[in-house]
Design a protein around this ligand. Sequence first.
Ligand SMILES: C[S@@+](CC[C@H](N)C(=O)[O-])C[C@H]1O[C@@H](n2cnc3c(N)ncnc32)[C@H](O)[C@@H]1O
Length: 185
Amino acid sequence: MIRGDSTDYDLLEKWTKDFDCQGYKTCEIGVREGLGSKIIMDNVRNNYIHVGVDPYANLKYQHYDNGPAYTADYTDEMRDTMLKDFKPYRNEGKFTLCNMTDTKFMNDTEHKNSTFAFVHFDGVHTTRAVITEAIWFANRCAPHTRFVFDDHNTYQMSTIAHALTFFDFKTIEMGQNKCLLERKI
Ligand SMILES: C[S@@+](CC[C@H](N)C(=O)[O-])C[C@H]1O[C@@H](n2cnc3c(N)ncnc32)[C@H](O)[C@@H]1O
């Protein structure tokens, strides 16, 4: 069974249901067991491919602003189980794992030229990490793009949402844990 570690998955389902990706990619930063990615892949349409970005490897890192660095349970065994669970999606060319950090992903020439229509931000929960990712993806987004941020109460979401207004994103809906921003031009 593919599990998640947050709430508001019903909202993620609502925001992805029949969302037209216009032939562009979708992405989730921070895959863990895979529930977020599964919901995205099961519900969007006209998606080129879904890209999961996650280093796993039980890394010790700072999870939150002003918090200490610690390891969680994000092990390579978890990655291998996720890859097994996602075999049907991988066989159909619907999913690929970039087994690396957000920083490495964003510096990779291959990904710098991609365009994304839907992104779920659920990796490192510091304001610095999330705003860096958000601006990177905002520079590579489709005419109609949705960004979903998980655990938005744990970092400075209002600062991030304000920065994204300069890329024509508007805040559409705020859940307890997840929120939706959209750009439609
Ligand atoms: C909160 S969990 C993701 C939960 C998942 N999206 C879900 O819906 O169940 C955070 C994930 O972020 C990953 N992660 C840690 N550091 C990262 C980094 N620098 N870049 C991308 N992902 C990272 C962890 O390995 C972990 O799997």
